[in-house]
Design a protein around this ligand. Sequence first.
Ligand SMILES: Cc1cc2nc3c(=O)[nH]c(=O)nc-3n(C[C@H](O)[C@H](O)[C@H](O)COP(=O)(O)OP(=O)(O)OC[C@H]3O[C@@H](n4cnc5c(N)ncnc54)[C@H](O)[C@@H]3O)c2cc1C
Length: 399
Amino acid sequence: MFRSDPILIVGGGLGGLTTALALARRGRSVRVLEGAPEFGAIGYGIQFGPNVFHVFDRLGLMDQVLAVADSPAAVVMLDALDGKELVRIPTGATLRARFKYPYIIVHRVDLHNVLLDACRGSAAIELVADAMVNGFEDRGDGVVVTTADARTFSGPALVAADGFRSLFRAALIGDGEPRPTGYAALRTIVPMAELEVDVPRDRVVLWGGPGYHVIHYPLRHGALFNIVAVFRTATHAERADAATYRAELEHIYRDAHPSVHALNAMMDFRWRRSVADRDPVRHWHQGRIVLLGDAAHAPLQTLAQGACMAIEDGLCLAETIHAADGQFAAAFRRFEALRLARTARVQLESRALWDSLLHAEGIARDVRNATVSGWDETHMFDCLTWLYDGASFPAKIGH
Ligand SMILES: Cc1cc2nc3c(=O)[nH]c(=O)nc-3n(C[C@H](O)[C@H](O)[C@H](O)COP(=O)(O)OP(=O)(O)OC[C@H]3O[C@@H](n4cnc5c(N)ncnc54)[C@H](O)[C@@H]3O)c2cc1C
């Protein structure tokens, strides 16, 4: 029964769609079940390191991605109290020469649409929207899922790319809710023409302050401006009205540079999230079900690599399934072995830098500022080599 069915992918985010494309390129048919009424993304900015282009290149999507993306002039970190530049990662020709591919900033909707268009162009991929999976059974020779509207789908294996609050992670790993950090995040996008604050508009800028940061960069070839504010607060998981949120923001950022205040004044309070991540775990599969992307290893956004890891996972998993000639247990074990140390390092380094680099306060801020004062381009590139050089993808098993 199951052998002839398409492989099931639950979740049509960046990880799920990349997996679908990579499997289809290897001749496998797949069915992607997405819980939202339509396939799509929430509109805000996302950054991608050069490592993700190893995947886009292999999938033949370089031109399409570059057409909707921009390369920032640099990624810089400023001290949010006095505005001094602390760290600079050049993202122009020298980065490209060192890591082969560019660093980009892109509207998530545009990137999502590149992947969706490619999926729609493949006869091997079926996209099923409005299919919120609420139950599943691994029957040994295949997996059957049910959706909230009582449909059932079956497949020889299932890839759970269902994100941060994964139904499948809850069942396979059972480690409860994501780990809250005590921080909340706000984000907004404004037309560039309406931006009156005197800040650089051609690069990624991160203002690191005591218990808070703000990050901003342009989108859509300079037409839009993306701002994210992240701050420690006892109310990170609570709901309140805009006036309460605004008063809280002004209080928390009271010592910040005037430009940071002006950026925060543009914040939209409708999207406010508690910031959380996951502890690394060693195994992401059970039987014929495997977790991928945030469902397997959600990091904090410090290194801007969560989506990059989900995309790398997608290619790696498809290649392990192909290399194992569809022997899913062997493929899933190999996938975990290839991906564990890299994704866990992203999770753990993101946590460590969250406190020591982004949010240092008091004497720790002095220590940070003294430490980073010696970081030049060579040092930055050396530190990022493990990440930006890209992941290992499997060769055929037995060859
Ligand atoms: C503020 C912020 C900034 C970030 N910036 C960056 C960045 O610059 N660069 C970067 O690489 N990463 C960044 N990330 C991380 C990135 O957003 C995630 O790591 C990435 O979206 C994970 O992709 P995914 O496909 O695993 O999961 P998701 O994108 O969460 O997709 C999961 C999909 O599954 C669907 N789904 C869930 N449950 C079900 C179900 N039961 N049935 C059917 N469908 C279901 C959802 O609707 C969704 O479409 C950032 C995160 C945050 C919060």
